[in-house]
Design a protein. Sequence first.
Length: 115
Amino acid sequence: QVQLVQSGGGLAQPGGSLRLSCRTSGINFKLYTLNWHAQAPGKERELVATIDSSGDTKYADSVKGRFIVSRDNARSTVYLQMNNLKTEDTAVYFCQTHARSREVWGQGTLVTVTS
């Protein structure tokens, strides 16, 4: 069974930082591309960061230069370091991968950026 279990997130002030973690099980983690998505209140879920098996990364324009996605293959964990947070980053964040012919999602983590 493939599982993605998230941790981290919470409350931050504008300009602050948070780190999200997503621990996986049931897959050969080092072979997989992992994605982070964000769903802001009343909006569609959007892809914000991707890291592939080679460690190559991609970011949405809205987070480029502020968010960093990384992976620890030994821990089967992907991270999203969120720096210089803005109020518009407030969202539920999900990690996601595609495994065994289906999409697998983490449970979601709420990030609230407010002064």
